[in-house]
Design a protein around this ligand. Sequence first.
Ligand SMILES: Cc1ncc(COP(=O)(O)O)c(C=O)c1O
Length: 503
Amino acid sequence: MNLLINLDPLSSVPLQRQLYDSFRRMILSGELSRGQKIPSTRELANELGISRTTVTASYEDLLSEGYLEAATGSGTYVSRQMPDELLRAAEVDLKLDGDSVAAPKQTDKAEIPLSERLSWYGASLEEREWLKFSDVESPVEFSFGRPDFAEFPMRVWMQLHSLHARKRSLSSLDYPSRSQGYLPLREALSAYLSRSRAVHCSAEQIIVVNGSQQAIDLVTRVLIDRDELAAIEEPGYLGAQRALIAQGANVLSIPVDYQGLRVDVLKRRSAETAERIKLVYVTPSHQFPTGVVLSLPRRLELLSWAAKTGTFIIEDDYDSEYRYKGRPVPALAGLDKSNSVIYIGTFSKVLMPALRIGYLVVPPQLVRVFSRAKWLADRHSPLLDQQVLTDFIRQGHLDRHVRKMRALYERKRKLVLKTIGELFGAHAQVLGDNAGINVLVRFTTQLTDSEIEEQCRARGIGLSSTRQEYLVTPQQGEFLLNYGGLSEEQITYALSVLAEIVL
Ligand SMILES: Cc1ncc(COP(=O)(O)O)c(C=O)c1O
């Protein structure tokens, strides 16, 4: 039998793979017909002048994928049913369906508006004004709260990754029995929280989630019903506000001053309404976006009010690792004596947002309900990344990375403050404390916020005013400068352009 097979011994593609490709092509094109007998491995090896092992290996691949079938004693044949056909859905020709089953017609469409075909939640997402994400990214972006990716220890991360992938433990491919996350990671997190945030919790209270946003989503679903009250900071984090509104909560906006959330206003608003406030969402270690730190007296006042009223406090600790002066104030969850605080942590700022790993620390009475909610949402977070992260923490890489990044961000922060001082003088006021990877700046200028944004964008600099992005603030000329992901050259350049525009 003379088959048209051209093998190239100099190619980087192995001979076994070349032979497999030639057979697959001949079979799919019909050059080799279905049911046709093909040469034995010995015959073909002789004909092509290659080793029999190579031919056998190619045949085995074609047999295991279903292109060939072997009949004991009589040889190897092209299969009658191609595997590709079994994997591809047939296109149904509706005209051939006959009279018995009527194909749906264009005119059969029920005239029910989409909003009535959606759930209340679906309709709320469909109809409400949504977040404005810019489609175009400027060469220098102050708008996104990114960490500095260039410094990420990718080599270590990839080594740990391939180590775990190579282990190929079959049980790590299965559905984990529990939705709370990989136990060794939860143990490592419990130790990390205890030493860095004075939060003392058991691994049992930790639920690994896909970033803070999933934590917020689960919190709103588990704690809030339609028309119930939830309090948030103003200005504050839109990711939390949108999740609450989508769930149907009535959102009370509580102002923030230089000591953080105005707990006195929260208490007054709570006393004025007959309804109970079910939860209050706060960012105490570095208020988003003002950057202020919730003072200790306010923390204690908030906790004692929550204990008395039965309100849950949602503590979003998204970038607490970056603090440049003094020791950090203990987290609310560490001061809580009444099991009122649900703590949310994330690796988005400290490592990378694409990792999508965050965690909830819930009081013991909420462990069961949150584990069930997580199971319903997506069963559990991906295991391989959790294993890698566990080793990354246990081997000290996380602590090392945080120390290094803190020094780097502090340097960038000083550069931002110094440059703003030199270029803007009394025309700029920097708000917030010595923490985080962004600063809030208020400019004195004749221009409107959108004029500044447009002119900056035209010169390659992305910038967002707080009026547009971070809930209603009455302040004109306030911008959040996310400098974390920018290089020192980019920071200096962008601020000098900004000064030319604003002044
Ligand atoms: C207040 C706040 N919480 C959480 C996050 C991080 O969200 P995630 O962990 O879902 O990436 C951000 C991101 O900018 C934030 O500003």
